[in-house]
Write a protein that binds this ligand. Sequence first.
Ligand code: CP
Ligand code: NVA
Length: 305
Amino acid sequence: MKRDLISILDVKDEIDILLDRAIELKAKQKAGNGEKPLKEKVLGMIFEKPSLRTRVSFELGIYKLGGTGLYLSPNEIQVGKRESVYDVAKVISRYVDGIMYRAFDYRIMQQLAEHADVPVINGLDDLEHPCQILADFQTIKEQKGSLKGLKLVYLGDGNNVCNSLLLGSAAVGMHMVAACPVGYEPNQEVLAKAKALGVERGCTIEHSADPIYAVKDADVIYTDTWVSMGDEAEKEQRNKVFPPFQVNAELVALAKSDYIFLHCLPAHRNEEVTDEIIDSPNSRVFDEAENRMWAEMAVMDLLMK
Ligand code: CP
Ligand code: NVA
């Protein structure tokens, strides 16, 4: 039976295994004795939106594991437009051993996974960004030793990254507060699921509209763009609402002194985060970007071997 990674919950009981594997692959490759468990395997990479990290990390990640990545730009496949999702899924499954898909609509993501005969990995949709969260957690684990019992505070838009962080934090037993303005809360179904899983796994998952309350004693401070891909028409309105949620010196002063700052990138400097914070010694954003590749290698190793 093939397995997909569409929601971070698809690996909810294997997050620690994946992080340890990512850390192991990173150490081995850097020492010059990398394994090649995906020799001659091909990953089809379908992009409906632009990307730096996701494209480069998957393409080089599969290469390092012995395989090849095939980049398919937004003009090419046009899932569900040029031909049906079903036909795309069946045809591409005859050529490749795995599919990475960056989509506008999570429902199309789910349909592609349902009909494909090879594993489908979510490279971001409007609901979740699971590979991002694995890289984030790898970075936290490398910096703090473990995740359980830490406090992660997310400030800003209750978007795809926030949703996956809520579910992922609950799965690993990390406390999380999502501080989002009224009208920009995380997906309510996701929040309810994360809260329930948090109860099971001994951590508190909450939403607050108060950034000052949220950030107190944080071990990890996380933010993302106020205007995600697809939301560009709302830019002006959003830029009026979000400034109290900016990660700046005043706000981080309330966190633990050894807090780390994370951002999935791309960052809009001096909007959601000031230069002072993203360039500070507490910031780990470039380790986090690098870890996209190692975490995705662990995912491909698990799903495509
Ligand atoms: N963080 C992230 O997914 O970056 P890209 O959009 O550049 O892939
Ligand atoms: N929330 C952002 C993440 C980009 C990596 C977006 O969806 O555009």
